[in-house]
Design a protein around this ligand. Structure first.
Ligand SMILES: Cc1ncc(COP(=O)(O)O)c(C=O)c1O
Length: 368
């Protein structure tokens, strides 16, 4: 089966994990700090903290934003469930907005349609890695949480996606452009927020027992200052070891994705029944996470591809259609259209040329 997603880990990642295991230091440790520094440097971030997942980074971000309890956060409905779950779990209310049919990204007008006296923040998602047009959204004057889970290599007006709003998050899960197996990260315009994040991720503990001992409790080093209550979302040395190697390989991994992307663009563009993904604007850079087409007879195409051994998927079933959130009565026409037309076809660095040829051939055969 040709999979829609996949990672590419090689000898260097295996060696980094082995070295970590040989050191017997598997949990949180020095590898995390060196990954944090290298990641912040590559993206040009003021500050950055790694956590154990992008989903938890979203929850942490909302906590750091100190939004009034019960207030509304506007969330594009065409995104992964964690975006809404984090809002709910932070004691806030997600209000789902529509996205642009072509870019699949949220626009200022979509947000405006959902503003209320109770709106406290906007979540933007750089869907597939295509940078959101941030300036019009910034003009709305509300705090912005940027979900850059797909956008580790995306740039908007030369700035790293994730670093434009007030707080930004990244995901390093098993299928992302840069993987740690599982992992995530958070950045903020205000470095003090990231200092706080570093305490929060360890159950809100301000300092380790050894630091506390050094700082004034020499006889009772097992005591520690707890700054505020929080859950544990510490990343491991193992995950950071993988992520550090992936970061050094990011250009190579992105080049492979770009080559496949360009081949799809060139060889699928004459099929009238499908619409290819939007391109990044001049000066911007697409992060190339998922190649999402809009297709006539989408379900039949997905089934035909599956029969031919090619696994595709919809990223993502729009959130307002899910009963949990109690907004099923709302109409978000573009999200609903994407729900029946959108399809992510395989894109990852381990696809072979033969795989790509087969995918293109099967799509062409379907519409012949
Ligand atoms: C847009 C978006 N945000 C957040 C996440 C959560 O990231 P993680 O899987 O690392 O928890 C994902 C995961 O796919 C995502 O697609």
């Amino acid at each position: 089966m040709i999979s829609v997603f996949g990672s590419d880990v090689g000898d260097a990642e295996i060696e980094a994990v082995s070295a970590c295991m040989r050191s017997q230091w598997l949990g949180f440790g020095k590898n995390v700090e060196s990954f944090e520094n290298a990641f912040a440097e590559r993206l040009g971030l003021a500050s950055f903290a790694m956590v154990d997942s992008g989903s938890n980074a979203l929850f942490l971000a909302l906590h750091l934003m100190d939004l009034p309890r019960g207030s509304e956060v506007i969330v594009p409905a065409f995104t992964w469930v964690s975006c809404a779950q984090a809002v709910l779990l932070a004691g806030l209310k997600p209000v789902f907005c529509d996205v642009d049919l072509h870019t699949m990204n949220v626009r200022a007008g979509d947000v405006e349609a959902c503003l209320s006296y109770n709106t406290s923040a906007i979540m933007v998602v750089h869907y597939a890695g295509l940078p959101v047009e941030m300036d019009e959204i910034q003009k709305l004057g509300l705090p912005i949480l940027e979900d850059a889970a797909h956008a580790v290599d995306s740039r908007w007006r030369e700035r790293a996606c994730g670093s434009i709003g007030d707080v930004g998050i990244y995901s390093f899960d098993a299928v992302k452009n840069l993987t740690a197996g599982e992992g995530g990260g958070i950045t903020a315009a205000d470095p003090e927020r990231i200092q706080r994040a570093k305490h929060l991720r360890y159950c809100g503990i301000g300092k380790s027992g050894f630091d506390t001992a050094a700082d004034g409790a020499p006889n009772r080093w097992w005591e520690y200052a707890i700054r505020e209550p929080f859950i544990k979302m510490l990343p491991t040395n193992l995950a950071a070891a993988i992520a550090s190697v992936q970061l050094t390989r990011l250009n190579e991994l992105q080049e492979r994705r770009r080559a496949i992307w360009q081949r799809y663009d060139a060889e699928l563009s004459d099929i009238d029944q499908i619409v290819l993904p939007a391109k990044a604007g001049p000066g911007d850079r697409h992060g190339l996470f998922t190649y999402c087409i809009r297709a006539e007879e989408r379900d039949a195409l997905a089934h035909a591809l599956l029969e031919a051994g090619i696994y595709t998927t919809l990223r993502y079933h729009p959130l307002h259609l899910n009963e949990l959130y109690g907004q099923t009565g709302r109409t978000l026409p573009n999200c609903e259209r994407l729900n029946v037309e959108a399809l992510s076809i395989p894109l990852h660095p381990r696809l072979s040329e033969t795989d790509v040829e087969q995918i293109i051939a099967e799509i062409r055969r379907f519409y012949r």
